[in-house]
Write a protein that binds this ligand. Sequence first.
Ligand code: URP
Ligand code: ZN
Ligand code: ZN
Length: 471
Amino acid sequence: MATTLIYGGTVVSAIGRREADVLIDGESIAAILAPGHAAAYGITPDVAIDATGKYVVPGGVDAHVHMSLPFGGTVSADDFDTGSRAAAWGGVTTIIDFASQTVGLDVREALAERHVEAAGECHVDYAFHQIIGDVNEESLEAMTYLVENEGITSFKMFMAYPGVFYSDDGKILRAMQNASESGALMMMHAENGIAIDVLVAQSLARGDSDPKYHSYTRPEELESEATHRAIKLARVAGNVPLYIVHMSASEALEEVSRAQHMGLNVFAETCPQYLYLSIEDHLAQPGFEGAKWVCSTPLRSKHEHHQKDLWKGLRMNELAVVSTDHCPFCMKDQKELGLGDFSKIPNGMGGVEHRMEMIYQGVVMGEMTLERWVETCCTTPARMFGLEKKGVLEPGADADVLVWDPNTKTKIGVNNKHHMAMDHSSFEGFEVDGKVDTVISRGRVVVANDTYLGVKGHGRFVKRSLNQYIH
Ligand code: URP
Ligand code: ZN
Ligand code: ZN
């Protein structure tokens, strides 16, 4: 087994930082050593990586991505090959995607098909959540089976997208009751999809069909109402752990904060797009340009202090995780499906490559500490979703490492750093401090010196245990 020593750097964890060297043996972290002690112990590594002046942090864990997701009459542009490679370029060494059961489908078959799609394709390790879109006796039974046998310990449901993924409150409650018994975590897309559809029809009838109306027909009240309802249903279901995905708005965050103060097992994530992008600067761009930023939950107005509140939520742990909801669609042939009718624009944007960069910029801006960057992007997503060997640099953990160079900058844009299968960049024009320097996935260097060294098929499926905050 090859040994690697990352020396001279500052090792940063969720709870602190220190000058230390990281010794890797094969696929695992063997030791965190005081600087220079490897030589004193007579260790001569096969590979030595100089991290002087750099931060050495756990590889990123992106807990919410959609590769090859059939949605809105098309399929998200990154597949497991291109998407997991882009993840590696962005310092992300584990992704969690979704297997999807919709009405009439069998949960286990849906999962088996997703395994086939991903097997042998991934560049970094991966896991799955299971989407439950049809609650019945078989699917409830399958949920328990997946927890006990398949390493699938989280289930996503939708209060949005009627006719596609939507479940009504009764179905949600039944699934939550099941999760409460098995110990699983429930993830919720919290938007009132029935009310949204009314607003969408009214908007189109008025002739308001530009991309920006995507956000105006999904007001924050309908995100906070659904968040509130999901929290109440989770409480009725026995305080089942509930994780609200892609939170975009202040009022919804208040619901989460209130629930947490009541002692409920409620968690939430946000995504870089909600921290940096807005209706005014992006979604409302002239013509059809704004289609690039159509996603749900939608971008919000920059004049309504959502971004300020979301950063505060990240600092205060009201928001525990930053994920990307990476779901890229090209403008050509994909977003274009909604020309003249915003409701037909496939929902989603890409960002798996840029989360570590965009959130590190939050450290530079003083919105969070370096340790909190590691916590929200690496350690907590691993603990939240039961990835026992991920998200930390400690002996026995998987050797997933990101060496981060704080002394240089990263220019983001289709003609700059861009490895996702998209014909545009959601973060076009952003120039941020810091740079992905070296990325190691289970002991293998996959990115170094701006060169890709990884291979398709290196990434393995990871079975997950239960949420480590509750169990
Ligand atoms: O717009 C989004 N978020 N697309 C992906 C599907 C989802 O709702 O997460
Ligand atoms: Zn969603
Ligand atoms: Zn999503």
